[in-house]
Design a protein around this ligand. Structure first.
Ligand SMILES: NC(=O)c1ccc[n+]([C@@H]2O[C@H](COP(=O)([O-])OP(=O)(O)OC[C@H]3O[C@@H](n4cnc5c(N)ncnc54)[C@H](OP(=O)(O)O)[C@@H]3O)[C@@H](O)[C@H]2O)c1
Length: 271
């Protein structure tokens, strides 16, 4: 889908990757509606990108409810939803509080699917839309300290694949973004947990992964949206690993592609 003059709803907009995405999307001529919790940071980013700020805690079900309706009431129909907000874990599971565990799953898995649920009826009615979920290679390979985080991201990748199956034959596309470590505050926080830091040091030293630059990630995400690609896996050297993990989903997609779609799917023009 073209991003120029599209209306993009972007969560986690003030973070390392979110801010880079907001800037790249605005540079391409997109209108951005920006979501995060901290109003000052949001307002500064909205000023810099010509976007509009919507302060919201996506772990608060009361705030999450009707969020797309509120954004669309102010800014018009959402063309592209980018679910980017996320929180890491960097501890063994028993060292997390019950609240930290719930927040990880709420923010990384429930909120993105809920926003997809809210935005989809309008997209299908208008015959135009794109859903982008920022997942992680931590949902593909497992690392110490990231059990809850990895589980949430594996769920998000799988959920995005399920959405793709739901939307087959409709004009609404999906993009699952599976990225490795990015030079960011999140990575710095993860590396404060010794076992996580040691495992990332090892994979970086073995050059199985490289540390990504947030601007390169943002540029690649925007490119993948424009090209209508269903997957973006970075760094590229890790793509085969993610593709192997995704093989059962790909096989099911091919196996099911000969089976007729439901009536609402047949009305679409194809994504
Ligand atoms: N950094 C990496 O190495 C890496 C690797 C793979 C995947 N990812 C994924 O990429 C995405 C962005 O990562 P990042 O490194 O840019 O993270 P980040 O810098 O920590 O930014 C997180 C963003 O989410 C917002 N946020 C946090 N809690 C929220 C809540 N309860 N409700 C609403 N917004 C909330 C934050 O703003 P407020 O605090 O103001 O709310 C901020 O804008 C995440 O989904 C992450 O899992 C990152």
């Amino acid at each position: 889908m073209r991003t120029s003059s599209a209306h993009v709803l972007l969560t986690g907009a003030t973070g390392t990757i979110g801010a880079a995405l907001a800037r790249h999307l605005a540079d391409r001529g997109a209108r951005v509606s920006l979501v995060a919790r901290t109003p000052d940071a949001l307002r500064a980013l909205a000023d810099a990108t010509g976007g509009r700020a919507f302060a919201a805690d996506l772990c608060d079900p009361g705030r999450l409810r009707g969020l797309v309706e509120e954004v669309e009431a102010h800014e018009g129909p959402v063309d592209i939803l980018v679910n980017n907000a996320g929180v890491e874990t960097s501890a063994r599971l028993p060292e997390l509080s019950a609240d930290q565990l719930r927040t990880t799953l709420d923010l990384n898995l429930t909120a993105p699917l809920e926003l997809c649920r809210q935005v989809l009826p309008g997209m299908l009615a208008r015959g135009r839309g794109h859903l982008v979920n920022i997942s992680s290679l931590a949902g593909v390979a497992t690392f110490p300290g990231l059990a809850a985080y990895g589980a949430s991201k594996a769920g998000l990748t799988h959920g995005t694949s399920g959405l793709r199956a739901d939307l087959r034959g409709t004009p609404v596309g999906t993009l699952a973004v599976e990225i490795g470590p990015v030079a960011s505050g999140m990575m710095e926080r993860i590396n404060r947990h010794g076992p996580s830091a040691a495992s990332f040091r090892r994979v970086l030293r073995a050059r199985l992964l490289t540390l990504l630059d947030p601007d390169d990630v943002a540029r690649a995400v925007v490119g993948a949206i424009e090209q209508g690609r269903p997957h973006l896996r970075l760094p590229r050297r890790a793509a085969p690993l993610a593709a192997v993990t995704g093989a059962p989903r790909a096989i099911a997609r091919v196996a099911l592609s000969g089976i007729p779609t439901s009536s609402h799917q047949r009305t679409g023009s194809g994504a």
